[in-house]
Design a binder for this molecule. Structure first.
Ligand code: ATP
Length: 361
């Protein structure tokens, strides 16, 4: 109860709203008409290839970059529009970046108290104590950052970011410096606190699993634009472009040309509705969409099993198609096949996607 009382605050009315945000460095537009809203209590993930503008968006929201075009509002108050900027320290935004840089000359408790200078001493001390307890770092209150492990420093950074009860949290690859086990643990703790406090959060990550695990919604970006927004399931089931289709894990990719509504690929003929005859297309076939059956003559496509790996919950197979293409297969049940055998490939259309090849990476 004490935690709830200390961390509680007025309910958020509006969260984050970004409208028509564009940004150039020199002549290059790195953010292109981005609209985005993170309601209170939700965690949204911004994902996309390196250099697509994710960090720039976070920096604009935090006020670390001067806004050129568009508008940013936090909790219903405009904090930036052309010619107007609330200074970063008055935006009530908590930041956690990969290089979270605690102040090296300040003890842990002083780091956490940093954003609370204006609070009465008693209240400040109670809040620091409570936050350190919440991130399980109370016993390190007097320590200096360099004496702490990476995970411990990250937890202190979280406590510091949360201490002033921010109206918005921005996390940029905040967990990537940690090893896998610690990463999952610190991430889960962080998300639990953000959910508990209802803090709207925008998180930038390269890591698909991270986005799927923590994101209420994912915004997929490419070349400065948001190309698709939705729940993780929506993006998985209906990826609107190549990047999104490949975001959830390794895929099989082919190129081809549409003839009369179909495109011929190494794994068979694939329907390409909506694509004109003669159009060049890129095809994505997810490994989980390739089923293997015993060949029944005349099998339309026979494949040679190259390799089979049973990894517990998943079973991976590599196939070589008649034209030499190597195809990844992923099933959730063990398969009764062995390397050297021939199989027939059947595709599940739910895991097959066709995109126009122009402008794709
Ligand atoms: P990553 O995932 O690699 O961190 P990102 O999607 O966060 O990438 P940004 O850091 O927003 O990408 O950068 C977008 C583009 O803008 C990049 O091409 C980058 O080189 C360029 N850029 C970023 N900051 C500046 C700057 N201060 N001056 C000039 N160009 C910049």
């Amino acid at each position: 109860m004490a935690t709830a009382a200390i961390l509680a605050r007025e309910p958020w009315r509006q969260g984050l709203r970004v409208a028509g945000l564009s940004h150039r460095f020199g002549f290059r537009r790195v953010v292109d008409h981005v609209d985005l809203a993170v309601p209170p209590g939700e965690i949204h993930c911004l994902v996309g290839p390196s250099g697509c503008g994710k960090t720039t968006i976070l920096r604009l929201i935090a006020g670390l970059e001067i806004l050129q075009e568009g508008e940013i509002a936090i909790d219903g108050k405009v904090v930036a529009k052309p010619g107007f900027a609330v200074p970063p320290e008055r935006r009530r935004v908590g930041l956690m970046f990969q290089d979270f840089a605690l102040f090296p000359h300040l003890r842990v408790e002083e780091n956490v108290a940093f954003g609370l200078a204006h609070r009465p001493r008693g209240e400040r001390e109670a809040r620091v104590k409570e936050l350190l307890r919440r991130v399980d770092m109370e016993r390190h209150a007097k320590a200096y950052p360099h004496t702490l492990s990476g995970g411990e420093q990250q937890r202190v950074a979280l406590a510091r970011a949360l201490a002033p009860a921010p109206d918005l949290m921005l996390l940029d690859e905040a967990f990537s410096a940690l090893d896998t086990t610690l990463r999952a643990q610190v991430r889960e703790e962080t998300i639990a606190i953000l959910k508990e406090t209802g803090t709207p959060t925008l998180l930038v990550t390269h890591d698909a699993e991270e986005a799927i695990r923590v994101g209420d919604r994912i915004h997929a970006m490419e070349r400065g634009r948001i190309v698709q927004s939705g729940t993780p399931a929506e993006l998985y089931l209906r990826p609107e472009d190549l990047f999104v289709a490949g975001f959830f894990g390794p895929v099989n990719r082919f190129s081809g040309t549409v003839r009369d509504g179909f495109v011929v690929t190494p794994v068979g003929r694939i329907a390409a509705p909506g694509h004109a005859s003669g159009a060049a297309v890129e095809i994505v076939v997810r490994p989980e969409g390739v089923e293997l059956v015993r060949p029944r003559p005349p099998a339309p496509v026979r494949a040679l099993v190259l390799e089979r790996r049973d990894l517990g919950p998943v079973h991976l197979v590599l196939l070589r198609m008649p034209d030499g293409a190597v195809v990844k297969v992923r099933r959730d049940r063990p398969l009764d096949i062995a390397p050297g055998e021939e199989v027939e490939v059947v595709l599940d259309p739910a895991h097959v996607f066709v995109y126009p090849s122009h402008g794709t990476g």
